[in-house]
Design a protein around this ligand. Structure first.
Ligand code: CP
Length: 306
């Protein structure tokens, strides 16, 4: 059983399958009980959030726990006090720490010093809770994950890495197209290749050709060109990504039954045109809803050990 969830690679393929099944039961309201049994869960966020913050808060409360939100100015990781001190103190009071950080290294340090589970609520490296909600959404839409082809267009960022690893864990195929200089790091490619080691033909890097990546895909996935913390690069990125917008013309190259996915928030007019996430192929709102159900399953597994 995993002790922390910092990366999709903290979960076995079996863990992911079990979490998706549990999340589906939570969504159908087919599970009751209060597995957190009054435990407090600290939501320690260095960056703003709508979906992750609210869905974790509700998930903890509905599982019989007590959420405590701490924003950036309240704790000051490594500014007001070291990460390790924060981890040890919170571990004496709370049953888990859900943390959104700028640097993944902060999460690793939190998990090393904490004696309670640490859950990644987004770092610069990964967004595993988003990826679990994503594959849950894909499974709902297609009734399966095996051989579903997921095409990611855009920045090979934290969401892209967690999504690729989630596809590997669940039998889905993964393709990507990114502008030059915005592809996966060598370390990320190593992690993805190793998780796809028995299905090498299920991954494809289409370089700088979004049309090739999307052609015949079941899922077209994109994310913002400029993530939180990269605002100074926004103008440069708008120029570098201008041929990577997921618009009606690009989506039309996918299967007619394809769905459009985006973790949100969107920068309308950049990676998608205004209105694109409201059109009939978009699954973005379902993805957001599924954050709640997937995170309930994660909390039950890591905090309650069920
Ligand atoms: N997708 C996502 O993590 O959204 P928030 O930044 O609003 O939490």
């Amino acid at each position: 059983m995993p002790t922390d969830l910092l990366s999709m690679n903290d979960l076995t393929d079996g863990d992911v399958r079990d979490l998706l099944d549990a999340a589906a039961l939570y969504k159908r309201r087919a599970v009751s009980g209060a597995p957190l049994g009054g435990k407090s869960v600290v939501l320690l966020f260095e960056k703003p959030s709508l979906r992750t913050k609210v869905s974790f808060d509700i998930a903890v409360a509905e599982l019989g726990g007590h959420p405590i939100y701490l924003g950036r100015d309240e704790v000051g990781l490594d500014k007001r006090e070291p990460v390790e001190d924060v981890a040890q103190i919170l571990s004496r009071w709370a049953g888990a720490i859900v943390a959104r950080v700028f640097a993944h290294r902060s999460l690793v340090r939190l998990a090393s010093a904490a004696t309670v589970p640490v859950i990644n609520a987004l770092s610069d490296l990964e967004h595993p809770c988003q990826a679990l909600a994503d594959v849950l959404t894909i499974r709902e839409r297609f009734g399966k994950l095996d051989d579903v082809s997921v095409a990611y267009v855009g920045d090979a960022n934290n969401c892209a890495l967690s999504l690729a690893l989630a596809c590997a864990a669940t039998g889905a195929n993964f393709r990507i197209a990114s502008p030059s200089g915005y592809g996966f790091s060598a370390e990320a490619i190593g992690a993805i290749s190793s998780r796809f080691q028995h299905r090498r033909d299920a991954i494809a890097d289409h370089g700088q050709d979004p049309a090739a990546a999307v052609r015949g895909a079941d899922v077209v996935y994109t994310d913002v060109w400029t993530s939180m913390g990269q605002e100074e690069e926004a103008q440069l990125r708008r120029a570098d990504f201008q041929d990577f917008q997921v618009n009606e013309a690009l989506l039309a190259k996918a299967k007619p039954t394809a769905i459009l996915m985006h973790p949100m928030p969107a920068h309308y007019g950049e990676e998608v045109p205004a209105g694109m996430l409201a059109q009939h192929q978009s699954a973005a709102i379902d993805q957001a809803e599924n954050r709640l159900h997937a995170q309930k399953a994660v909390l039950r597994l890591l905090v309650a050990g069920e």
